[in-house]
Design a protein around this ligand. Structure first.
Ligand SMILES: Nc1ncnc2c1ncn2[C@@H]1O[C@H](COP(=O)(O)OP(=O)(O)O)[C@@H](O)[C@H]1O
Ligand SMILES: [Mg+2]
Length: 498
């Protein structure tokens, strides 16, 4: 590290939001030519720290030095001018503008004579060049909103890349990327590192931290627990630093009774271009995993069951009777609940409180003679809050201010209040920290123990192994394998997915 110099020093940074000390006297040092992971549970203060560095948020106290000189980062523009590139956790792309226009937002190349006009051909060419560095080839003229979340993430990265920043901040970029996309992202990160850039990488996935980072800094409850060389820490130590708890991740060993009745049957489900002749049964209280790469058709299976897809052919049976999945309304009437991958946009209304999110569109349960019975409402809501152990000051707290894990529990609570007997869970622990994850696992196991049927889509094999009784492996819209989890190995399952 002798030839590496400190490009950034953040000293004694503190930041308070109403009621929360988000950062408490945190110091952070970054070297040229290093990938520095910032790890910590949800709410530890990671996004706040990099938000301050990128000018997106103000600090209350502390100093920032770049190349040894104190700087004042007043707003995102001054951060950009200081050579700081930022890919935020919540993307802020303009959906109606083209990919290229997003990458070159506010700084499109211009033709000089006779009047200054935007040189679109140069812009398209440059945008293609930047994206090819990331290993993706897409139509840069198409609106960004047309592309998947993972492609949009790559575009956001392209934006920072094209500004050639000395310091690059990536706040949980991998949360919406497939394995392949993460691999190309890592390649780009290593190339940037070797060229002398300094990278701050935030991720919940410890495997990624071990794979890519040179050093790491742990935050917990707004305090820094120190910086380590990655080679000097192991997984267990890191988990303990982050949570203070042990991680529960033994392979599921539950053996389901042979004669438990089938809850839902799917027969010959076909959606042109998405799913090809899918058939399976899932039993009462069973946890069935759908494992495969992003794009293998897992989400479409859930969407079809929930009445969100145009099905070309195929039938569903619920408790042995035909079930016509024609709309989400029908699905809900048949006691099906759906936790979408994108809970912020599809599952929750962030600026409403917990009570409203629980009961939205479903006030009947707490009505008496057409008016809301507040006592009953309070009982229903309190009961779910305590059984799911939702951590909030009270039922009137805005859902947007809860941590990811607690937001996820609110979505679950919403479906349980609707009496769901089948829960469709799409990547339910994506973006929540290890502590909240083990708690979520406990809840899923409890629900299954209470006869609720669960279909779980996950890209994380350890999660499938921990939670599921059985797993269907998908690839290119078809089922390529089926395993009883307690009898299968990770390797045999993985092979079917590749
Ligand atoms: N805009 C905000 N208003 C109020 N509280 C906030 C705001 N942003 C973050 N917080 C709180 O500050 C703490 C740190 O949050 P954050 O930096 O987002 O953590 P992380 O990125 O590590 O999950 C959390 O308790 C969070 O609820
Ligand atoms: Mg964050």
């Amino acid at each position: 590290m002798d030839n590496k110099k400190e490009i950034l020093l953040m000293r004694h940074i503190s930041k308070k939001y109403p009621g929360v000390q988000a950062l408490d006297d945190v110091s952070f040092s970054l070297l040229t030519g290093e990938i520095h992971a910032l790890v910590g549970a949800n709410g530890a203060g990671k996004s706040t720290l990099v938000g301050i560095l990128s000018g997106a948020r103000d600090k209350d106290e502390g100093q920032i030095f770049i190349d040894g000189e104190e700087v004042c980062i007043e707003n995102p523009l001054s951060a950009i001018e200081l050579g700081i590139g930022y890919v935020p956790q919540e993307l802020i792309l303009c959906n109606d503008l083209s990919v290229a226009e997003n990458i070159f937002l506010n700084r499109q190349p211009h033709k000089k004579a006779p009047v200054s006009i935007i040189d679109v051909n140069t812009m398209y060419r440059e945008a293609e060049k930047v994206l090819s560095l990331l290993g993706i080839e897409i139509d840069v003229r198409a609106p960004v909103g047309n592309f998947s979340a993972s492609t949009q993430q790559m575009v956001a990265l392209g934006m920072a890349l094209s500004r050639n920043a000395k310091i690059m901040i990536l706040d949980e970029p991998s949360a919406s990327l497939s394995k392949k996309e993460i691999e190309s992202l890592f390649k780009v990160m290593l190339r940037l590192r070797d060229a002398g850039h300094a990278l701050i990488y935030i991720s919940h996935r410890l495997e990624e931290v071990f794979e890519i980072a040179d050093r790491l800094t742990v935050l917990r409850d707004g305090r820094s627990l120190g910086t380590y060389w990655v080679k000097d820490v192991n997984r267990e130590m890191l988990v303990n630093l982050i949570t203070g708890k042990q991680l529960t991740s033994e392979t599921n060993s539950r053996i389901l009774d042979k004669d438990i009745a089938t809850k839902l049957s799917v027969r010959n489900l076909t959606i042109p271009g998405k799913l090809n002749d899918i058939s399976f049964d899932v039993r009462r209280g069973e946890v069935l995993g759908l494992f495969g790469q992003v794009g293998s058709g897992r989400t479409e299976v859930l969407r079809a069951i929930f009445g969100l897809e145009n099905i070309e052919s195929g039938e569903f049976y619920m408790d042995g009777n035909p079930y016509n999945a024609k709309s989400p309304g029908t699905a809900i009437a048949n006691e099906i609940g759906f936790l979408t991958e994108d809970r912020k946009h599809q599952g929750l209304v962030l600026n409403l409180d917990i009570t409203d999110n629980f009961l939205i569109g479903f006030w009947d349960v707490v009505k008496k003679w057409f008016v809301i019975d507040e006592k009953k409402e309070d009982v229903v809501v309190q009961d779910k809050m305590s059984s799911l152990q939702i951590k909030a000051s009270n039922t009137a707290q805005e859902v947007g201010s809860l941590s990811g894990g607690n937001q996820q529990k609110v979505v679950l609570g919403k479906w349980l209040i609707r009496n769901s007997k089948i829960l469709l869970l799409d990547e339910p622990t994506k973006g929540i920290d290890v502590g909240a994850k083990s708690e979520f696992y406990r809840i899923i196991k409890e629900l299954a123990g209470n006869d609720i049927t669960i279909i779980l889509v996950s890209s994380e094999l350890p999660e499938i192994m921990t939670l599921c009784d059985r797993v269907l492996v998908m690839r290119d819209g078809a089922v390529t394998g089926e395993f009883i989890v307690p009898e299968a190995s990770e390797k045999t399952i993985l092979e079917k997915a590749l």
